[in-house]
Design a protein around this ligand. Sequence first.
Ligand code: BGC
Length: 392
Amino acid sequence: MKDDPFTSELKKERCTMKKLIALALTAAMMLSLAACSTTGAGGASSAPAASTSMASSKAATASGKTVGIAMPTQSSQRWIQDGGNLKSQLEALGYTVDLQYAEDDVQAQVSQIENMITSGADCLVVASIDSQALVNVLAQAKDNGIPVIAYDRLLMDTDAVSYYATFDNFGVGVEIAKYVEAKMDLANGAGPYNIEFFAGSPDDNNAHLFNDGVFSVLQKYLDNGQLVCQSGQTDFEQTAILRWSQETAQKRMEDLLAGYYSQGKNLDIALSMFDGFSYGIAAALEGAGYKVGEQWPVITGQDAELMACKNILSGKQSQTIYKDTRVLAEKCVGMVQAVMEGSEPEINDSKTYNNNVKVVPSYLCTPVSVDESNLKQLLVDSGYYTAEDLGL
Ligand code: BGC
């Protein structure tokens, strides 16, 4: 049946309207694609395909919502990348972001989170300095109905945390230790080698897991004498370094060299669980007369900081752990979306991370060991650094 003139006009109008809506949607999609364009680790972050397609459909949830991000410090490169990646990925979805760094001052972090709560944050993402110091302020968040996501470091002793995005922390320790095992040919009985340990901050739950992972691989070589710790300091309480301080690591290495390695004994392995420690360790070794290429020990690390990567290429450091902070941010952003919408985020571990009050549902990203043999392939080919960044 042919339409009367009125119906026909109405259909034309609807058709034009549909075209306009389609055009507007395409434009919005192009904009979000542009906002999500991939850059390196230190930049505005890669926006993975998942986030890109999320952008248009989730914008409605995000609009007018604020996410408070509490980061521990800018003194180490990784947290600057983490903050930048989270901010850009959340902003691409339409959130307003309040990003704060507390420069390893626990009380400052408490105040920053308090301010986020009073200024009306809708969700909090927290990478703590002291995992146990935030119990009261997180209770305030809960009382105000603000969901909390633990970022990289577990928030202990609280039921206010909904989800946890991190790396396989035990796996980090295993990877570091397996590197040492292979490099020193320990599985074939080589040694004895002198080793000293530099573990992380005791108030960071991750540090305990890194340490457990390391000793799960190396304890047997200490027991059978293939590895010798001349200082005898193998307990976490003896090797832990408060607030992940490079200066403290350097001082500890100086003391160990003076106390246990002054009479012809050479240090063969400095098992460092953080790139920042590795710089301090290298400085102490240089101060004691060690030279790169001549009896220079194997030095491990964690985070694949740019300086550590350059040191790997020059032989000053042997290894580090690559944690792709772009992926971690993406997983965390998925959790933010889920708590805002009341849906389920992607998790892959629901039993490991007990914070003394609850087992926190987690997503564990995969850490990867890097040395000179795979550095270019892992870090440059993935766009984490450019060849120029590394002076290649
Ligand atoms: C992180 C490591 C980092 C360390 C020091 C830990 O909680 O998991 O990647 O090296 O803190 O910042």
